[in-house]
Design a protein around this ligand. Sequence first.
Ligand code: ARG
Length: 475
Amino acid sequence: MNSTDFTTTSTTKPNKGQQMWGGRFSEATDGFVAQFTASVDFDQRFAKQDIMGSIAHATMLGRCGILTDEEVATIIGGLQQVQAEINENKFNWSVALEDVHMNVESRLTEIVGDVGKKLHTGRSRNDQVATDIRLWLREETNNIINLLVKLQKGLLKLASEHTETIMPGFTHLQTAQPVSFAHHVMAWFEMLNRDRERLIDTRKRINQMPLGSAALAGTTFPIDRTITAELLGFEGICENSLDAVSDRDFAIEFLSACSILMMHLSRMSEEIILWMSAQFHFVQIPDRFCTGSSIMPQKKNPDVPELVRGKSARVFGQLTTLLTLMKNQPLAYNKDNQEDKEPLFDCVDTVSGSLLAFADMLPNITPNKQAMREATMKGYATATDLADYLVRRGVAFRDAHEVVGNTVALAISEGVDISELSLEQLQQFNDKIEADVFDYLTLEGSLNARNHLGGTAPNQVKMAIERGYQRLEKF
Ligand code: ARG
């Protein structure tokens, strides 16, 4: 919005003989209301979709005999010129014309004359705007899916380099069991894969056509909606005209899918931030994703992951905005719906930007293998392996748990890992322990033992990576 327009009239001195608030006030209010109710400052973002929709609509009107072929050709030519003016930044957007739809139509009429006024036959801005949003969101959803695929492929590559890189797996942020870095990265892959599936599913419901519903009840003209749907590449047609002009479920679904996606990116960010600290010292990310401190020369701050963690909040807010926007709107269209656009635009920008940064940053993470290994050694990460060893020798799991608890207590008091205790020390807790126990207490032994679908054994993770590539094959 151009704020100067708000103040122009209110700073003007009243004319002699006028009420302080009379004509001047109503004048000022009109100016303000025009600004306040206009959406052109932001909805010009889908000018391309608006023009696409109009070309399809005009074509359909022609095929149905509602406009002559000549009229249709003139209108389409004019719309193409409008598009060219917009592309070349020569288009004069006018707040007085309220929104993208009326700006385009008015310019069309300037260019082609009165025939331009026929374009809106059998149509309303209500079905027009719903169509524009869906066309725009369909394209943006495709872009986001493509960015997700790029990021997922980057993760597969990163994982394939680290199936033998051992790190502590955590529960409660306490060292739990050894896992490979690849296994951890593949957990991220799975999170993002669900996000991708959710977006693909949402896209089906985005890609339904409201056009032809007109204001709310349909139109008296003999239109054929299948023609417009086919021209615009819609998968289906919204069945009910009242629902078609007022439904924004597809936008809410999109924001939900994006919220979950951002929640995932935020969790991943949190891990990277922790791992980059001197206390963990697990990973480095390239300098181009970090900034320094103006006062502390030693600092390398993980700005990009921090910002992505922060930006997730905006998207959750946008989901809440749209749910709240819709929750008590009676059928059919209400002006409230104009408020659906800015949250959607901001969501798309936030998610696309975050994915763009992640798709470059994550595949370029460098794990510090030594530090990860040392941390795993410090945390008694193979304690469960000792318990499982005893169970395989006939000890009940609960008893084995107790034996290992005592063993860990001894290791703590000696300041060593359980794999560094002597066979005699181990045997004092249970005589079923034999020399082969050390094969199971090493980090590699622990990893290799989890050898089933979904486990962290390197050969299993390699197969998971292979399947990961197959799942992305079509993309
Ligand atoms: N700018 C409006 C919107 O974004 C377009 C539809 C206006 N329709 C109406 N009857 N006022 O929703």
